[in-house]
Design a protein around this ligand. Structure first.
Ligand SMILES: NC(=O)c1ccc[n+]([C@@H]2O[C@H](COP(=O)([O-])OP(=O)(O)OC[C@H]3O[C@@H](n4cnc5c(N)ncnc54)[C@H](O)[C@@H]3O)[C@@H](O)[C@H]2O)c1
Length: 437
């Protein structure tokens, strides 16, 4: 047995590379010394090169190459003039007003919510990283719009804790309306890291700063109807299961709800999650169907209309932006104060989740018919099977909880809302002469 084993030990690990020498002991010692000298020599050269590279590099703080983190590197903030703008934007101008930090303020929902808060005299400061998930010039145009009504959007990333801490140092925000996120269902297959970056790491970074702020703000944030995933019980109620997400986007929003629970439980943060159902309207998002259908119908391009198995209808509970804004403001107004301070919980705090939908799902083919009538152009319909890359067959909100507790009552039907969207679209893109993103 032992003979067999020593025989096995003699077999080179890399067959063919190992040759037995005549006097192995002496020769191997010499080889060992020369190898050690060579190793030391090359290590010194290598170390030297690293040091030269490090000292000659313009930034001594190399950041990860992940494109979703680029934003942390390039933004400029701070200084007395900047602080003055921050303070002035966040100043409350009405009796009983609140001061709100709105993340994702250059986004579709963020712009509308910021403008509505400002209109009623609340203090509003925006924060957005202006990423290029969709045409950033649309975000810049929304920023210009807000600027005119006195809302300053700080350019920065929610993962930048130093920036967030600075903002809370300059302004004692009573509320945070957290809308910054990586949205979109299909893009998750292309850039999954951006969902983790904004929807998970970014949320934790924001909550960390909020929990340590003194006073702690109350937080209202955007979850999504997508958390219902493959749930088939309709209409979707907050009590239904949300453990079968159909996309990474949905999974990160679901994770957000669990993270919210943790920060509420440990630190006493008041947290309200709003599950939005397919929001549409003027200044909307170019990656959403109603938006790119409009663009493509005008261009004479065919548009994909999905159908489920056995010619099943794909439908969405389209919710008009003004109704969503009312729901957001009602959530802010009914949010109780957080109970902790300086990172310590002092008592139980409010934790809520609400559906904000329209309660009347519309088949996507009907959406196209409405657009055809409004644009006075016939669409080239391309009927396709619903791909399994994140979309669900239908969404339908039960909104009785939001109705009862927030006084939420959506009042815009799809026909009326799309009419407003199309009017905005045509004027913004100059009747289709300016390219839609
Ligand atoms: N629009 C809808 O139909 C819908 C439906 C369900 C949920 N939601 C949620 O509502 C919120 C607002 O959605 P929207 O439609 O306005 O999307 P949006 O993409 O127009 O707005 C999000 C904004 O957040 C910014 N942002 C993203 N990551 C950031 C980061 N790490 N740091 C700073 N800013 C960042 C983006 O630049 C963008 O301007 C999102 O949380 C979204 O997931 C939207």
């Amino acid at each position: 047995m032992s003979k067999q084993m020593s025989h096995l030990d003699d077999i080179p690990s890399t067959p063919g590379k190992f040759k037995m020498e005549k006097s192995p002991f002496v020769h191997n010692r010499l080889r060992w010394h020369s190898s050690l000298a060579k190793l030391t020599f090359w290590s010194c050269i290598f170390l030297g090169l690293i040091l030269i590279f490090f000292f000659r590099s313009p930034s001594s703080n190399p950041l990860p190459q992940d494109p979703s983190r680029r934003s942390l590197r390039t933004y400029n903030w701070g200084g007395p003039a900047w602080e003055k703008r921050v303070r002035s934007s966040a100043r409350v101008r009405s009796h009983n007003g609140i001061s709100v930090l709105v993340t994702g303020a250059a986004g579709f929902v963020g712009t509308h919510v910021s403008a509505a808060l400002k209109r009623r005299g609340d203090g509003v400061l925006g924060l957005d990283n202006f990423n290029d998930y969709y045409d950033p010039s649309l975000k810049r145009a929304r920023q210009a719009l807000l600027e005119r009504s006195g809302v300053f959007i700080v350019e920065g990333d929610i993962n930048d804790s130093a920036l967030l801490r600075k903002l809370f140092e300059v302004v004692a925000f009573t509320h945070v309306m957290h809308l910054a996120a990586q949205a979109g269902v299909r893009y998750a297959m292309e850039n999954p890291g951006s969902y983790v970056h904004s929807n998970i790491a970014g949320l934790v970074s924001l909550l960390e700063v909020c929990k340590s702020a003194n006073p702690q703000p109350a937080i209202v944030w955007a979850s999504s109807s997508s958390v219902y995933g493959l749930n088939t019980k309709v209409p979707f109620s907050e009590k239904d299961r949300t453990d079968q997400p159909a996309s990474l986007y949905a999974a990160t929003k679901k994770a957000g709800e669990e993270i919210a629970h943790t920060y509420n439980h440990i630190y006493g943060l008041s947290l309200t999650g709003l599950r939005f159902f397919t929001v549409y309207g003027p200044w909307g998002r170019p990656d959403m169907a109603y938006f790119f259908f409009t663009r493509d119908i005008l261009k004479g391009k065919s548009i994909p209309i999905f159908e489920a198995a056995n010619h099943g209808t794909v439908a969405r509970d389209f919710t008009y932006i003004d109704d969503i804004v009312k729901g957001c403001l009602a959530a802010l107004d009914t949010a109780e104060k957080s109970t902790g301070s300086g990172g310590k919980k002092k008592g139980p705090a409010q934790l809520r989740v609400y559906n904000l939908g329209n309660t009347s799902p519309v088949p996507v083919s009907d959406l196209v018919s409405i657009l055809e009538r409004l644009l006075k152009v016939n669409a080239k319909r391309d009927i396709m099977k619903l791909p399994r890359n994140g979309d669900v067959q239908f969404t339908h909100a039960n909104i009785s909880l939001a109705q009862r507790e927030l006084g939420y009552k959506p009042s815009t039907d799809l026909q009326t809302g799309l009419k407003k969207f199309v009017r905005w679209y045509l004027s913004y893109y100059n009747g289709g002469k300016k390219a839609a993103g």
